[in-house]
Design a protein around this ligand. Structure first.
Ligand code: TRP
Length: 335
């Protein structure tokens, strides 16, 4: 089993990213051979600030490693550092059909009414994503619901290429549901909105860079209701803020919601919030310390990423060579 996944380098990770995706990636390291990359080529599909992009890639890579993605177990790199991604994307772009890409809901959402003014990269980006996956002949891709359609497209591209050129080269990837459950963490101010870095209120989220006092303060001020916690999780369904805080506690301590409720049933938020704050601080504080170490020593981080890129490039090379060969190109001719 080989897992490939990418994350957009948006910088500034929060608890929602950590509990939703990253800790799942961390656990998957013990279940499969994992390649994790910063999708920085992907970041170019919309307006880009070069200074910001460079900083975000480092920030995000540091956060992944600080959270427990171990460069000794997994291959961690930026996809721009492995040119084979872009090379394969061109070839697969000649296999993918316009009609397939036109149906991508993310394209429709992101382009909105401005299709004519959107970049070709934004339209073709799912082909790059297919290349990211097929290049490593990954068997599984762990992604959220919003990415399922892109995985399906990667399968279609793999199958059409193999058929068109009569080869058994690309492995149609499956969505991966391992790594334990991914918690869906909501805003501290609105239990129906996802915790997000684009929320204008910083009080709505816990950033991985927040210090202990700030974390505690944000949880103290989190929106709740006046009821004590119930002993039955279904009773939380109509209480989105309460459900979110209990969900965060469960995710942070790696317990089930039922286990948490058994302990806190009948207690109000005056008792629950300090316990939650302690649990979140216990998870985030050591991670923040490691992040600060990387910040002090960016060369160490760059070295880890360069090593990762080297390993990824070595895995990618045979697939790319076979692809060139299958379509009738010769890489050696001009080398
Ligand atoms: N499209 C993914 C996202 O927006 C990021 C991504 C790029 C990715 N390439 C990938 C995810 C390959 C999985 C596999 O979150």
């Amino acid at each position: 089993m080989r897992v490939v996944s990418g994350i957009q380098p948006t910088g500034d990770l929060h608890l929602g990213n950590l509990l939703g995706a990253i800790l799942r990636w961390v656990r998957m390291q013990d279940e499969a051979e994992c390649l994790y990359f910063l999708a920085d080529l992907h970041a170019l599909t919309v307006d880009v600030d070069p200074v910001q992009l460079r900083a975000s890639v480092r920030e995000m890579a540091a956060a992944l490693i600080a959270s427990g993605i171990d460069p000794k177990k997994s291959i961690v790199f930026a996809h721009s550092a492995v040119p084979a991604h872009a090379e394969l994307a061109w070839i697969l772009g000649c296999t993918a059909r316009m009609g397939w890409l036109n149906r991508m809901t993310q394209w429709k959402d992101k382009a909105g009414k401005n299709r004519e003014g959107s970049s070709l990269g934004l339209f073709a980006y799912p082909v790059l994503q297919a290349a990211d996956i097929l290049l490593y002949r990954a068997t599984h891709v762990p992604v959220g619901d919003d990415q399922k359609q892109h995985i399906e497209l990667s399968r279609d591209i793999a199958i059409k290429f193999n058929t068109d050129f009569d080869v058994d080269l690309f492995v149609p990837p499956e969505p991966y549901i391992g790594g334990g459950s991914a918690a869906r963490i909501m805003s501290l101010r609105d239990g129906n909105a996802k915790m997000s870095k684009s929320d204008p209120s910083d009080m709505s989220r816990i950033n991985l860079t927040d210090n202990d006092e700030l974390i505690t303060q944000k949880i103290r001020k989190a929106k709740t209701d006046a009821e004590p916690l119930p002993d039955d999780s279904t009773l939380l369904d109509s209480r989105p803020e309460a459900r979110n805080l209990v969900g965060i506690y469960a995710a942070v301590t790696d317990e089930s919601v039922e286990q948490v409720l058994t302990r806190f049933a009948g207690q109000g938020f005056g008792a629950f919030k300090p316990a939650l704050a302690d649990a979140v601080v216990a998870l985030v504080a050591p991670l923040r310390t490691r992040l600060e170490e990387f910040r002090r020593d960016p060369a160490m981080l760059d070295k880890l990423l360069a090593d990762g890129a080297g390993k990824a490039a070595a895995l990618a090379a045979p697939t790319l060579a076979r692809t060139y060969d299958a379509v009738g190109l010769s890489r050696s001719r001009n080398a």
